[in-house]
Design a protein around this ligand. Structure first.
Ligand code: NAD
Length: 360
C-alpha cells in the first residue's frame, strides 16, 4: 500500500495509523492542511473491505474538508478520521475511549466530529479523554430552538440560502413563490429544507426510499410524492439532491429538465467531469461542498461560545460565496466546481486573507 505516492495523497500534512491491541481499535487520522487552523472533520466508522479502501476514503474526505472550511471562511483546516470496523458489531466504550486518548496525543492538530457510523454520544465518550472533539454540546440553536449539537438544521438553512442564490443568478428572481422544486431524500436535512421552501411558497415534489418520510412531506407540506429516480428528471425549476452521492452522472444529467441543481448531499458528482457536463447543458450547479457547509459552521461556533445569531449570519454568507462563484463561472465560462476549488485554494494556500472566525 503506497502512502506518499498514493493518487489521493495530495500533499497531506499528517497521517496517523492508530492501533490498540486491547480494544481492537484500528483507525487512520488524516490531516490535509492546517494553514487556516486546526483540522476539523468527522470521525467515520465503517467496515472497510481493506486498509487500502480506508486510506483512500480518509484521504479524499480530509482534503474535501480543507476546501469546505476555506470556502465557508472558517479558520479551520481539513482533516478526517476513519475507524475500521462495523459500528454495530465492533463499537465499544473502551474502543471509543482509546480513540479519545489518541486524539489527545495529537494535541489539537485534528478535532473530531460525528460522521456516519458515529454519534454525538460516541464523541462524548471520546471526549472523556480529550477536548479535541466537536459538535457534542447542547446549545441554543441558530434558529432559536434548542439544539443537541446536531448540525442538520444549520445545513438545511445554508442549503436554503444557497438555493435562493442559485435561483437569483440563474432564473433572475428573488422570491420563491410558486417555484417548482424536486427534493431527493427527505431525511434530517431534506425535510428541513423542504419546510423552509414550503414556508417560502415553493411547490414541492419529493422522493425517499422510506415511505413514511414521503408521507410526512405530503401530509405536512403539501408535497407531491414521486416514484424512484423520476425525481431527477421532473419538469421543475430546481432539483435538490439531499440523499446520497454520485447522483449527477451521465444518465441523470441527460434527463435533467431543471435549470438549477442545489442540494445538500455530499459528493453529488459521480466524476469530476460531470461538473462540465452540467455547465454544457446550461444547468447551474451549486457545488455541494459550498452549499452544505452550514453544519461545519455550526460546529465551529460551538467552540466559540454558542453565539446563535452569529451562526445564522455566518451561514447566510454561503449565499454570497455562491454568488461570487456563479459570477466568476459566468464570466470565465467555466464550471462552478472548478471555480469553487480555485476560490478555496486562494483562501487556504499561503498569503491568503484571514477569515472572520478563529478556533481556540
Ligand atoms: P439522513 O440519513 O437523515 O437522510 C437521508 C435520506 O435520504 C433518508 O431519509 C434516506 O431514506 C434517503 N435516501 C437514501 N437513499 C435514497 C435514494 N436512493 N433515493 C431517495 N432517498 C434516499 O441524512 P442527512 O443528515 O439528511 O444528510 C443528507 C445528505 O446531506 C447526505 O449526503 C449527507 O452526507 C449530506 N450532509 C449532511 C449534513 C448534516 O448536517 N446532516 C452536512 C453536510 C452534508
Amino acid at each position: 500500500m503506497s502512502v506518499f505516492s498514493h493518487p489521493e495523497f495530495d500533499n497531506h500534512q499528517h497521517l496517523s495509523f492508530v492501533s490498540d491491541e486491547e480494544t481492537g481499535l484500528r483507525a487512520i487520522v488524516a490531516v490535509h492542511n492546517t494553514n487556516r487552523g486546526p483540522a476539523l472533520g468527522g470521525c467515520r466508522m465503517f467496515p472497510y473491505a481493506s486498509d487500502e479502501a480506508a486510506l483512500r476514503d480518509v484521504l479524499r474526505l480530509s482534503r474535501g474538508m480543507t476546501y469546505k472550511s476555506a470556502l465557508a471562511n472558517l479558520d479551520l483546516g481539513g482533516g478526517k478520521s476513519v475507524i475500521i470496523g462495523d459500528p454495530r458489531a465492533h463499537k465499544s466504550e473502551a474502543l471509543l475511549e482509546a480513540m479519545g486518548r489518541f486524539l489527545e496525543q495529537l494535541g489539537g492538530l485534528y478535532i473530531a466530529a460525528e460522521d456516519s457510523g458515529t454519534s454525538v454520544a460516541d464523541l462524548q465518550v471520546m471526549g472523556r479523554h480529550t477536548r479535541h472533539v466537536a459538535g457534542i454540546a447542547a446549545r441554543p440553536g441558530f434558529d432559536g430552538r434548542h439544539s443537541n449539537g446536531d448540525p442538520s438544521p444549520a445545513t438545511a438553512y445554508g442549503t436554503f440560502v444557497g438555493l435562493k442564490a442559485a435561483v437569483a443568478h440563474q432564473l433572475g428572481r428573488s422570491d420563491l413563490e410558486g417555484l417548482k422544486v424536486a427534493v431527493q431524500g427527505i431525511g434530517n436535512v431534506g425535510y428541513r429544507l423542504a419546510q423552509l421552501l414550503s414556508d417560502a411558497g415553493a411547490k414541492l415534489w419529493v422522493h425517499d426510499i422510506h415511505s413514511d418520510a414521503v408521507a410526512r412531506a405530503v401530509d405536512e407540506l403539501g408535497a407531491t410524492a414521486v416514484a424512484g429516480d423520476e425525481i431527477l428528471g421532473l419538469n421543475v425549476d430546481v432539483v435538490a439532491p439531499c440523499a446520497l452521492g454520485a447522483v449527477l452522472n451521465d444518465q441523470s444529467i441527460a434527463r435533467l429538465q431543471a435549470r438549477v441543481v442545489a442540494g445538500a448531499a455530499n459528493n453529488q458528482l459521480e466524476l469530476a467531469r460531470h461538473d462540465q457536463a452540467l455547465s454544457q447543458r446550461g444547468i447551474l450547479y451549486a457545488p455541494d461542498f459550498v452549499i452544505n457547509a452550514g453544519g461545519i459552521i455550526d460546529v465551529c461556533y460551538e467552540r466559540n461560545g454558542h453565539d446563535a445569531e452569529a451562526v445564522r449570519r455566518h451561514v447566510e454568507t454561503i449565499g454570497d460565496t455562491l454568488g461570487e462563484i456563479f459570477a466568476r463561472a459566468s464570466l470565465t465560462q467555466q464550471p462552478t466546481g472548478v471555480i469553487a476549488n480555485r476560490l478555496a485554494e486562494e483562501r487556504f494556500k499561503p498569503g491568503r486573507e484571514k477569515g472572520d472566525l478563529q478556533v481556540a
